[in-house]
Structures are given as C-alpha cells and as structure tokens.
Design a protein. Sequence first.
Length: 295
Amino acid sequence: MKPIAGLALAAAGAGLFVHSRARRARVAFPPRGQFTAGLHFREAGSGSAVVMLHGLGAMLEDFELAGLFDLAARDYRVVAFDRPGYGYSERSARNPLAQARLLHEAFENLGITRPVIVAHSLGTQVALAYAIQYPQNVRGLVLAAGYYYPSVRPDALMLVPPAIPLIGTFLRHTFSPLIARLLWPAWLKVLFSPLPVPQYLPAWRALAPGQLRSVGEESALLLPATIAMRKRYWRIKTPSIIIAGAKDRYVSPSHSRRLHEDLRFSTYLEIPEAGHMVHHAAPDAVLRSIRALAG
C-alpha cells in the first residue's frame, strides 16, 4: 500500500502545483481580445481582411510575438484567432473540417469576407479545409511550415497521452505539465532552430491542462485527418503561397514542396536560414506573400 499512497501523495502535490501555476498565468495574461462563436480573437487595422491561424500548442500571441500581426495591421484588417481548445477559445471542434466550419461562422459574425488566411504548422490544415468547403469566400492562402502528408511522428508518443480518456485526465492535471515544463526549453530549441529562441509564450499558459488536452487530441487525429484531407487537395483552386524553412527540424520542408506540386495555383517559397518558426525568422517574407495575394 505504501507505493500507492506515495503515488497518490505525489499526484496531489503535482496537481496543486500545476493548477497554482496555471491559475497565476491566467491572472497575469488575461484575454485581451473579444469572443465570437466561442472563439477568442484579436483584431487590428483596417482594409482587406487577413486572418491568422496558429499551429499545434500555440495561441494567437504567436503571431504578435513574431511581429507579423502588427506589420500586417498597418495595411490590412488583421484578425488572429485562438483555434478551438487553445488560449481562451472553447474546446468545440477538433478536426480541420469542423474547425473550418466554426471559423466560417465567426467570419459571418464579424463581417469577414474573402480574407487572405495565414496559417502556420497544423493551422495550415484548417486553412486548407476552409478553402475546400468555402472556396468562394477566401482570397488566398499563405501556408507556413505545414504538415500535409501522412508520416511517422515520434513526438505523438509524448503528446497524445494527456488526451486519452480517464488516464489522460489524471496525467494532464498532474504529471504531464511538469514533464512538459522540463522539456519546454529543448522543445522550443527544436522549433526555432537554427535561430536562437526569442521571448515566447508564457510556459504555464502553453502547458495548462486544457491546452495539453487539445494538443493531445489534435496529435491523435493527425494521421487520419491528414489522410482524409490529402484526398481533397485536388479540389483547391485558391491562389496559395507555400512557405517552408529550409532547416525545419520539426516538419520536413518536403511536405511543402509536395503540396506545391499538388496545388495547381500555388507558389513555393523556401527561406534558407529558417526552421519551423518561419514566420518568426522571416516575417517580411510572409508579409510580402500577404500583399501578393491581397492585391
């Protein structure tokens, strides 16, 4: 009984610590935007609409920290969303097609018509899903460092457990955030490599239990969702600019090159000294892509 009691005591202590840190992070970094259709968003600027969708495990602040949000807001109406289950958005849609439908509802509520959608990493799947379902309501796609084709993802072994029913609930409220916090610096180094890691998202906001659940769910759905999506790429006629970092260690740039071959109306741009966080490494290149599509 002693080992069980020890585990229970350790779990209780871990849970108290995790929730204390997550609560402090929410107080220190409250929502600064508005809400529609259960989604938290921030808006700035005026003119043609530009929508920004972050990747796995991130939040809308990712684009602010990259400087891209403010750069684009000088000339466009920029709306950056917390995707469902991330940041301060409700956990209401999981797969890319469902998230795209929720975004369309938000667009209608906000009067967003024919935007250029800028998406990073796994957010690119949602942007593609939007172009498939609502081709008449999107002006163009800027797809940065996306994952587009089924491939083995060893990191799923670490990311999926917090989303497993029952045991996942226990893990994400106790030990998973602690392990993730220990790995956080190394994780960021992989994402930003070969460039140094800049000031980034507050760790205990990014690693809160609800956030880890969404990361786990999207990671578990990654292969089946990608298999389903790749069968529909041929339907996309939206003008697209596909951007990849030549030194991306997290998602191979071969995904982007291959998508460029499959999308008939696409341009491919590879940034030589960038890794996965290509919008941080080259925000000006992303902005030029927005301008090319916005007209």
